[in-house]
Write a protein that binds this ligand. Structure first.
Ligand SMILES: Nc1ncnc2c1ncn2[C@@H]1O[C@H](COP(=O)(O)OP(=O)(O)O)[C@@H](O)[C@H]1O
Ligand SMILES: [Mg+2]
Length: 245
């Protein structure tokens, strides 16, 4: 038995006659944050979507806690999606709903929590994300950075074991970028397993324990946290200098 929470083995995926993933292999251990780096359009979002069963591989295995979800039916995927949260690009909120209503939505939909439990969970989550007393605000009242953090709050309010972050700092200023980095590290400290897709190299180098660099449909190299910060890995250096796409 492997101690991996997430494992992709020989993942292969095409769209039409375009082969995007030829043979992707990686694993993520409990409590680890793995970076997934690569140029635009190389299939990073498809990899994350596959981990919650929104895409099916043409072949290969996708193991979550040792279970191959590639073969799961929709009803079994519902169970996986309670454990694995996907924080997608944009992370759109419902504009006509307050922060409170946005956050209550997944809890009312997917749990049998009563009103008091829902309220407590929302207050705790907003505290955790350093946004107390914002329940009554509407998305239009919030800055872009705050909207992104509320979107993140909504993704994690169910208390997932695994969080998949898809470019969570895209378009954010340094202040909000650092807030997101801190949230990712705080959740990691609580034992959450995560993956981070990003073009934001300083964020990856700060929060990821390891990263894999994907190009041409395969994992070209794995790099450690130390190597990302020292720049001593040849493939990583080529990637950040734009020589690898
Ligand atoms: N639903 C889809 N239909 C057709 N092609 C798709 C679909 N989803 C993704 N692709 C193709 O797969 C490639 C990888 O997409 P994506 O995972 O979004 O890239 P990344 O996140 O690395 O920028 C893209 O080139 C895109 O054309
Ligand atoms: Mg993407």
């Amino acid at each position: 038995m492997s101690d991996a929470v997430i494992e992709m083995k020989h993942f292969r995926k095409s769209f039409g006659d375009k082969v995007v993933h030829k043979d992707i292999n990686f694993s993520v251990k409990k409590g680890e944050c793995l970076g997934l780096l690569g140029g635009s359009g190389i299939g990073k979002s498809v990899i994350l979507r596959s981990l919650i069963g929104l895409e099916k591989p043409d072949s290969g295995q996708i193991l979550i806690n040792g279970e191959d979800i590639a073969q799961f039916k929709e009803s079994e995927l519902v169970r996986i999606r309670k454990k694995v949260a996907y924080v997608f690009q944009g992370g759109a909120l419902f504009d006509s709903m307050s922060v409170y209503q946005n956050l209550a939505y997944p809890l009312l939909e997917h749990t049998d929590m009563n009103d008091i439990e829902v309220r407590n969970r929302i207050v705790d989550t907003l505290d955790e994300l350093h946004m107390p007393n914002t329940e009554h605000l509407y998305p239009a009242d919030l800055s872009g950075g705050m909207q992104k953090r509320i979107g993140l709050a909504r993704s994690i309010i169910m208390g997932p074991e695994v969080i998949l972050y898809d470019e969570p700092t895209a378009g954010l200023d340094p202040f909000n970028t650092i807030r997101i980095q801190e949230i990712i590290m705080e959740l990691k400290a609580k034992g959450v397993t995560s993956m981070l897709v990003t073009h934001d190299i300083p964020t990856a180098a700060r929060v990821c324990d390891r990263a894999v660099i994907v190009a041409d449909g395969i994992v070209q190299a794995g790099v450690t946290h130390e190597e990302m910060n020292s720049g001593s890995n040849e493939t990583y250096r080529k990637f950040i200098e734009g020589e690898l796409r």
